[in-house]
Design a protein around this ligand. Sequence first.
Ligand SMILES: Nc1ncnc2c1ncn2[C@@H]1O[C@H](COP(=O)(O)OP(=O)(O)OP(=O)(O)O)[C@@H](O)[C@H]1O
Ligand SMILES: [Mg+2]
Length: 326
Amino acid sequence: MAEPLVAIRNLKLEAGTARGRAAILRGIDLEIGRGRILGLVGESGSGKSSLAACLIGLTPANTSAISGEIRFDGQNLVGLDPTAFARLRGRRIAMIFQDPMTALNPLFTIGTHLVDVLRHRDPGLSRAAALSEATAMLVKVGIADPEARIAAYPHQLSGGMRQRVMIAMALLMRPDLLLADEPTTALDATVEAQIVELLAALRREVSGSIVFISHHLGLVAQLCDDVAVMYGGTVVETGPVDAVLTDPRHPYTRALIACEIDEDDAPGGRLLSIPGEVPDPVRPMTGCIFAPRCAHAVETCRSEVPELRTSGDGRRAACLRFEELP
Ligand SMILES: Nc1ncnc2c1ncn2[C@@H]1O[C@H](COP(=O)(O)OP(=O)(O)OP(=O)(O)O)[C@@H](O)[C@H]1O
Ligand SMILES: [Mg+2]
């Protein structure tokens, strides 16, 4: 198999909090294949955004003690100096956020944003050439009347339209790694479906790899090649999306899928959740992090930390008992 674009080994991230040191990432092992779309799923607080923050070098100020390794095309990003990281950002690694307003400057037009991105990539480009490339990209992301939109300010566009602009900006960078942190969560269901369709249609435009973070397993199944299921700052299961979602090995993956199926049937779109609480990052972990909520846990699960082990079909699961489970 070709060398993955990103290989993460035993990545740990801690943060200082009023209650003590919090373990946000507890030893992540994960690979992102070249040209593949990896879905990152898991309940709120499982560490998805924190992992993305490590990948783009923007961890919060109170986080410290990042350890392990993130090999990005051979270069270790853990401990990389901020200037070198800034050079990678916006050229080789780009991010689309949940709320595009956080990334768009209200004082600048859409055209200025797009031209800036292009000039960052290619400083010699003339403004006219940049504007014409920007206009063509707006058409590609489904923005009608691009000449008018290019003169508009961010607040003059709808939420869905702003997210399309963010996608256009990300595509213009031609990054090797594109991180999309819940890019559709703030949108209503119809617009969300349109944006996911757009991302699926545009995947040919991106020669690099994409990490797509989502709460919604259905969207991940539609868009992604691979999936990694996160829980309590760990990856509990990973592999090709079809294999993992149709035949999950880890009890947590099974519980997540069961919730989503029930949710689709529930009247009024009631939010269902797995019984029990997500682990407290300040509490030290002994044994399997999911054991307190797991219906299959036995004594050893409470004392032994399970490693990610191969479970066939290129899949790996971190469960001591996955072979025995029905
Ligand atoms: N800077 C920080 N200081 C202290 N705790 C933090 C910090 N950043 C994240 N955490 C904690 O780390 C855990 C993981 O947070 P993170 O935002 O990565 O989760 P997430 O999977 O992205 O959740 P969501 O689905 O809600 O976006 C949470 O318990 C969160 O409270
Ligand atoms: Mg998040």
